[in-house]
Design a protein around this ligand. Structure first.
Ligand code: ADP
Length: 339
């Protein structure tokens, strides 16, 4: 299958003089999953189009392994890249049945082998019973499985997925994510996966790239990005955070809810403490007042107040707290940045 690492080096892409991507350097590891995480408009889809060869770069280079595929004035044609794509809206050919959709990219094979190979992939995504169906006869989740089989059948070097599950309900989404990631894993292809859902990004990624306004905020292994964010924005991209502007005193920033270690920042300098909501622990006591709490998945999201500052705490739903609580900040989820 010849999977290869995909590297962007100082890539910039402009539309009407505005940079949709600004000096982005990142790598999708060979045979691994790079997740691109960021809000709408942060440049995720633009990265996919540039990797696919659908658009040129204005600055920088893209390599597939050692091979230079994009540089200013030089764009290897999309057909020559051997990249498969799966989009949010499935993009199946409406006039072709399921088997013909999957066989579409297999015209290098004899006809009988095309059908055989298409059936094999259809079986792999658990849909062999629907071989003769047309796209409009399938549910959204089924269409997405056909789109996946179609992308994988030609044995691409890389597969690019653009928010592939965002149109689906949460239960189906989880099931389809498992089917998809396991089928992708078997092919050994390099995967670039676009999502705006932090949980999904953390679940699927070997490497995680966090983007905002066309800039790369951080590229790291998911655990590293979660435990060691490099900025407020990078921390906030992975879950709710609390912020306090203060200054460094004795190697710490003193917030109304507790101290946050800042040994790397100069004494007396202005600093921003950033604390994940799940790192704010509550117990009976008298440090702060609970304003309210509401269910948030398996947890409760409580709002707490001290010295006119309101923070959010993600606490176990079973935990009873009164009006008045003591607060402990878990160091693993508390960070200090210079401002
Ligand atoms: P995301 O996928 O993260 O939502 P995009 O890559 O689609 O972000 O877009 C990044 C920025 O580039 C946005 O500001 C968007 O409006 C702009 N953009 C994308 N494609 C075009 C285009 N063809 N023409 C003009 N602007 C575009």
């Amino acid at each position: 299958m010849n999977a290869c690492a995909i590297s962007l080096t100082h890539v910039t892409r402009r539309y009407d003089n505005a940079a949709a991507l600004d000096d982005v350097t990142l790598t999708a590891p060979q045979g691994g999953v790079l997740a691109l995480l960021g809000p709408s408009g942060s440049g995720k889809s633009t990265i996919l189009r540039l990797i696919a060869g659908l658009e040129p770069v204005d600055e920088g280079e893209i390599h597939f392994g050692e091979e230079l595929v994009s540089a200013p004035g030089r764009t290897l044609a999309a057909e020559a890249r051997r990249v498969g794509m799966v989009f949010q809206d499935y993009a199946l050919f409406p006039h072709l049945n399921v088997i013909a959709n999957i066989a579409f990219g297999l015209d290098h094979l004899p006809r009988a082998a095309q059908a055989q190979e298409a059936l094999r992939w259809l079986d792999r995504v658990g849909l062999s019973a629907r071989a003769g169906a047309y796209p409009h006869e399938l549910s959204g989740g089924e269409q997405q499985r056909v789109a996946l089989a179609r992308a994988l059948a030609p044995k691409p070097r890389a597969v690019l997925l653009d928010e592939p599950f965002s149109g689906l309900d949460p239960v189906l989404r989880g099931q389809l994510r498992e089917i998809t990631m396991s089928a992708l894993g078997e092919t050994g292809a390099t995967i670039v996966f676009v999502t705006h859902d932090a949980e999904e990004a953390l679940l699927v990624a070997d490497r995680l790239a966090i983007l905002k306004s066309g800039r790369l905020l951080q590229e790291a292994a998911p655990r590293e990005a979660y435990d060691h964010p490099t900025s407020l924005d990078a921390a906030a991209a992975l879950g709710p955070v609390n912020v306090f502007e203060g200054k460094v005193e004795s190697g710490r920033v003193l917030t109304p809810f507790g101290a946050v270690a800042a040994p790397h920042l100069p004494e007396g300098a202005p600093a921003r403490a950033v604390v994940r909501a799940e790192a704010v622990e509550l117990a009976p006591g008298a440090d702060a007042r609970v304003i309210d709490r509401r269910p948030h998945g398996a947890h409760d999201l409580a709002r707490i107040e001290a010295k006119d500052l309101v923070w959010r705490a993600l606490i176990p739903a079973r935990l009873a707290t009164g009006e008045s609580v003591s607060v402990t900040l878990q160091p693993a989820g508390a960070f200090a940045f210079s401002v």
